[in-house]
Ligand binder design. Sequence first.
Ligand SMILES: CC(C)(COP(=O)(O)OP(=O)(O)OC[C@H]1O[C@@H](n2cnc3c(N)ncnc32)[C@H](O)[C@@H]1OP(=O)(O)O)[C@@H](O)C(=O)NCCC(=O)NCCS
Length: 219
Amino acid sequence: MRLDEKSLSKKFEEDLGIPLAIAASGRSVDPRRLSPRERIRYRALEALPRRESWLKGRSALKRLLLRLGERDDTSEVRFPHPRFSLTHSGRYAVAIGTDSDRLGGIGIDLEVGRSPHPDSARFFLTPEERDWLNRQRESDRPAHLLRLWTVKESLFKADPGNDETGLPDYRMKDPGAWRGTAFVRHGREIEMHYASYPCGEGWISIAIYPRRDDHAGRK
Ligand SMILES: CC(C)(COP(=O)(O)OP(=O)(O)OC[C@H]1O[C@@H](n2cnc3c(N)ncnc32)[C@H](O)[C@@H]1OP(=O)(O)O)[C@@H](O)C(=O)NCCC(=O)NCCS
């Protein structure tokens, strides 16, 4: 799989209407390049299988931060974040960032080379989304399921209030749409936007959550 950062960020920019930068990395950052606070985290991950993918994630994030003219100490970035998000899948870690101040949150999810089990749909789709899925041709369902999974994960990551939500709390207006609107309830209904594209043997999705004072959601 080849990940073309420029063409992907252009497509997503057009779909979501905000400036975007994407940085992918297939390599771990050299631990000697870690800041003192990053090193503390790195040591805490010792012996965990996640350590290598965490280093790859720091490599993608550092590239992204430098590209946006920021300091590349990733320990200053806490997720969920209004301007940055990160995903790992297969050989890659992919970071996304925007210098827009119009957002409350942004989320990215990439999934390649694995597909959710069909029975897992009930854990992350709403009943209406499952009905839609069941009306699709059986042979098309695995690809739809994977796309829907990345959309839900990106919506979750973009939501600054995601400590109170799970994936079925995000309701897509049209589950068949590659780009569109979704809703989540935080007291009132908040309108979010997402876009997704096939990426190698998988899908990549990006979602955005509005800034607090821009909530266009309905009561
Ligand atoms: C946290 C979660 C979003 C990570 O997603 P994932 O597909 O497993 O892994 P990804 O590689 O795509 O993303 C991992 C990155 O997400 C970011 N992340 C972690 N928690 C996050 C959060 N609460 N909000 C936003 N981003 C988060 C981190 O940058 C992490 O990478 P890092 O550890 O190197 O910093 C996911 O595990 C999760 O909790 N999903 C929703 C929970 C849920 O409803 N589960 C039911 C499933 S049936």
